[in-house]
Write a protein that binds this ligand. Structure first.
Ligand SMILES: O=C(O)COP(=O)(O)O
Ligand SMILES: [Mg+2]
Length: 228
């Protein structure tokens, strides 16, 4: 299967960047400051995907399912601590997945418009891209707090399209999480699911994206030069 699209919407965490080590450090730093027990990175990895607020609420609950008894004041305080801790340590251990930089450069050279649509707070996107040498590749950066809704809601995808003046049908969404695939389906466009990311420890194929790839560079096999 191949197709002609000219705009690529990329998820960030678990797709371009393995950010879980730094997210886990900030989560555990927060828990230590609150005199609560910490969790292994392998556990925290499975809590990433719905933005900072949900991540810290899962950590306070010790589970992917947020406790109904969670104290809202504690959750607010923990979120503040987490955001400060993460802000100060965005790119200590985070790294690009194999093939990301060269593939993005190739796709840009092939004529694609590139955008990031992440559930991560918007303020963190640019510093992380800068820390990993991805500055200047993307036309638009949409964060989890850019709009009132985040993925799996389709609004951030539509917003990215409006900013780039393209139709949603011209776009392909590329992500590691069911939130990316659900958002693409709700927006009415196709998606690629990458198997190496977070997705709550579940296979991304379960969400039925049009393509499933094990490596980021596999994208190059379906993307021909724009207007070729
Ligand atoms: O930070 C998160 O919870 C998820 O971010 P992502 O949408 O880039 O995967
Ligand atoms: Mg992701």
């Amino acid at each position: 299967m191949s197709f002609t699209k000219d705009t690529l919407l990329f998820d960030l965490d678990g797709t371009l960047v393995d950010s879980a080590p730094d997210l886990a450090l900030a989560v555990n730093d927060t828990l230590v400051q609150l005199n609560l027990s910490t969790y292994p990175e392998s556990t925290i990895r499975c809590w990433v995907g719905n933005g900072a607020k949900v991540l810290i609420e899962r950590a306070l609950s010790g589970s992917a399912t947020i406790s109904a008894n969670l104290d809202p004041a504690l959750a607010d305080k923990a979120l503040d601590l987490f955001l400060t801790s993460y802000q100060n340590n965005l790119c200590i251990h985070s790294k690009l997945y194999d093939g990301v930089l060269s593939s993005l450069q190739t796709l840009k050279a092939l004529g694609y418009k590139l955008a990031v649509v992440t559930n991560k707070p918007e303020r963190f996107i640019e510093p992380i891209l800068a820390g990993l040498n991805l500055t200047g590749l993307f036309e638009v950066l949409v964060g989890g707090d850019t709009l009132a809704q985040k993925k799996p809601d389709p609004s951030p995808l539509h917003f990215a399209c409006q900013q780039m003046n393209v139709a949603i049908e011209q776009c392909l969404m590329i992500g590691d999480s069911r939130n990316d695939i659900l958002a693409a389906k709700a927006a009415g466009t196709q998606s690629v699911g990458l198997t190496y990311g977070y997705n709550y420890g579940q296979p991304i194929a379960d969400s039925n994206p049009e393509w499933v790839f094990d490596n980021f560079a596999d994208l190059l096999n379906i993307l021909e030069p724009v207007n070729s």
